[in-house]
Design a protein around this ligand. Structure first.
Ligand code: GLU
Length: 478
């Protein structure tokens, strides 16, 4: 498998349009995994020949996104606009063979042919209007492929199986545009050949054009790579293709919202693949080991953002604290960086709440009370389902008893705190759900918090007593 000829080589070939959507990154991941599973190379080619679609910064966005999810490409990225001469050279070969010719028509004239066909209820094919004596080709006119072998094509796709299409799809497609740059249809064939690509991974939208590509491979007398067609990603509801309207965002938006790259990779891998078992958690390395082309699905994969959030929760529990802490750094609220707060304290807070986080961007909302005193909001106590039956006096009494008990505690460890809280339950003959909710709310005024004794241990004795006293005062003065 390692000799030069059979070295597996795949390529991700995005167009720099300024947007790296889920589907594109999923293609990149599958492309990467196919290569790495087979010990091969994963190359990157920037398909930038459509100057009208060029977007400033789009290439950097591609690099950043791939790096973020850990898809390191081999070799330097290839930019198509810097390979103009190569395409022209191959175009000349076709001209020399009589298999390419200048298109003398204006776009308006071509449009007229189209309309005439549509009126006559027949499918438009440019080749029906092929000029008898085309002028000598030069830049400024499109160069078209001349289909001379009009036939039915049969081919094999590694995912879709044996496919076939009739002569009606074969046409004289444009190879080089007026501006001298190649079309995707031509450039990718030349590039894949020159780059030694063994497997082409791309979306279903390229299937209808495949017979035209097959004709060009034949005309150029080059061996074609294997085709690996990746199924559509479908909208969360219904069978249509996922679109921006369904909430499909740029992958970097998910990053900025606190999704971990591990979760994103894991999620994308399952959009059209599984390993045949019930297993759902895969790291990139696990995927490299398991990802076999034969298990790519040939029907659409439904996009389910809840699954991504769930996987993110799994990965938030899995990554080691120190590493997670680094990732979390940009998500903390400003209160977490008060001068008195150490890295170590932040790390302990993270450790306490990580199991409840959905994304890292939940951090400020979930942890603010660890860093600054919460604003007292007695409604939160009065409206709490478990506490609503207690009178103001009882609440004040519970808080006073808790203060006394905790004040007497010398060793402020989570374990001791738990014992002390348990004693208090017995003394007050109250249910844990009630008493602990009260203390929890009084200390945090937050909708969620970690286990009470652990939270108290981390907050420290002074803070806990000060907060409980303040709330007790507020209730008494209410
Ligand atoms: N530039 C094409 C796209 O972004 C690449 C298709 C291919 O991988 O061949 O859709």
């Amino acid at each position: 498998m390692n000799d030069e000829k059979t070295q597996v080589r795949t390529r991700f070939a995005p167009s720099p349009t300024g947007y790296m959507h889920v589907g594109g990154v999923r293609t990149a991941l599958f492309t990467y995994l196919i290569a790495k599973h087979l010990g091969g190379e994963f190359l990157l080619r920037i398909e930038d020949t459509d100057q009208s679609r060029y977007v400033e910064g789009a290439t950097e966005l591609i690099f950043d996104t791939l790096k973020w999810i850990g898809l390191d490409w081999d070799n330097e990225p290839v930019f198509q606009t810097s390979r103009k001469d190569i395409y022209l050279n191959y175009a000349q070969k076709l001209i020399a063979k009589g298999l390419a010719y200048a298109d003398p028509y204006t776009p308006e004239e071509v449009q007229k042919f189209r309309e005439a066909d549509s009126q006559n209820k027949r499918a438009f094919l440019y080749r029906n209007y092929r000029p008898a004596n085309p002028p000598k080709w030069q830049i400024g006119m499109p160069l078209r492929f001349k289909q001379t072998n009009i036939k039915r094509w049969d081919w094999h796709d590694e995912v879709m199986g044996d496919l076939s299409a009739g002569a009606e799809v074969l046409d004289d497609i444009i190879l080089i545009k007026k501006d001298g740059l190649p079309t995707y249809n031509f450039a990718h064939i030349v590039d894949d050949y020159k780059m030694g690509i063994t497997h082409i991974t791309r979306g279903q939208e390229y299937l209808p054009s495949t017979p035209n590509y097959l004709s060009i491979y034949e005309a150029l007398e080059i061996e074609r790579p294997k085709f690996v067609t990746i199924p559509h990603i479908l909208a969360p509801t219904g069978g249509k293709k996922l679109s921006k309207r369904d909430g499909a965002k740029s992958v970097t938006d998910y990053r900025d919202e606190g999704i971990l790259p591990e979760a994103m990779t894991n999620f994308l891998a399952f959009l059209g693949w599984n390993d045949g078992t019930e297993r759902e958690i895969f790291s990139l390395d696990d995927l490299i080991k398991s990802f076999d082309i034969s298990r790519i699905h040939n029907s659409g994969a439904r996009f389910d953002e809840q699954k991504l959030i769930w996987l993110n929760g799994q990965w938030l529990r899995k990554i080691d604290t120190e590493e997670l802490s680094k990732r979390a750094a940009i998500f903390w609220g400003s209160e977490a960086f008060d001068a008195a707060i150490s890295d170590n304290y932040r790390q302990q807070v993270l450790e306490l709440v990580r199991d409840r986080l959905k994304t890292l961007s939940d951090l400020p909302m979930m942890t603010a009370y660890f860093f600054k005193d919460p604003t007292i909001d007695l409604n939160l106590i009065q409206n709490d389902k478990k506490l609503s039956k207690l009178s103001q006096e009882t609440i004040a009494n519970y808080l006073q008893k808790a203060i006394l008990k905790l004040n007497a505690l010398e060793d402020w460890s989570a374990e001791n705190l738990q014992n002390s809280l348990n004693d208090l339950l017995i003394e007050l003959a109250e249910k844990p759900a009630v008493l602990f909710s009260l203390i929890r709310i009084a200390l945090s005024f937050a909708p969620f918090s970690p286990q009470l004794n652990q939270m108290m241990a981390l907050l420290g004795k002074d803070t806990v007593l000060a907060r409980l006293n303040k709330v007790a005062d507020a209730i008494e003065n209410n």
